[in-house]
Design a protein around this ligand. Structure first.
Ligand SMILES: [Zn+2]
Length: 107
């Protein structure tokens, strides 16, 4: 995957008070529900993306993180949702394991 709309916001990234970026998407179930029109040809599954903090924006294969608010797209075979998130946005507090209010799926 590739980073979309990468922003140099290093100063903000260090400010925990802005997280999560999209509090209404802190629930994994809410994130999963955004993937209704996720392209069937995409090599990454909605369950994996939602678990990695991402939700679908409804266009192409662009997803956004509820925590850092950054976007990923251009998913390729072999891509791992969590791995790509961590690779492009290693400062994301969800990736770093901080308590940012994520609500995991009830299993
Ligand atoms: Zn993130």
């Amino acid at each position: 995957a590739e980073a979309r709309e990468f922003q140099l916001r290093t100063g903000e990234v260090l400010d925990q008070t802005i997280y999560p970026s999209k509090p209404y998407m802190k629930s994994e179930e809410a994130r999963l529900n955004t993937f209704g029109n996720w392209p069937a040809s995409a090599p990454v599954q909605p369950e994996d993306l939602a678990a990695a903090g991402m939700y679908y924006l409804g266009t192409e294969d662009i997803v956004e993180c509820f925590c850092c608010g950054q976007k990923l797209a251009g998913w390729e075979p072999g891509d791992d949702a969590w791995g790509e998130h961590a690779k492009h946005y290693p400062n994301c507090f969800f990736i770093l394991g901080h308590d940012v209010g994520n609500v995991p799926l009830q299993t």
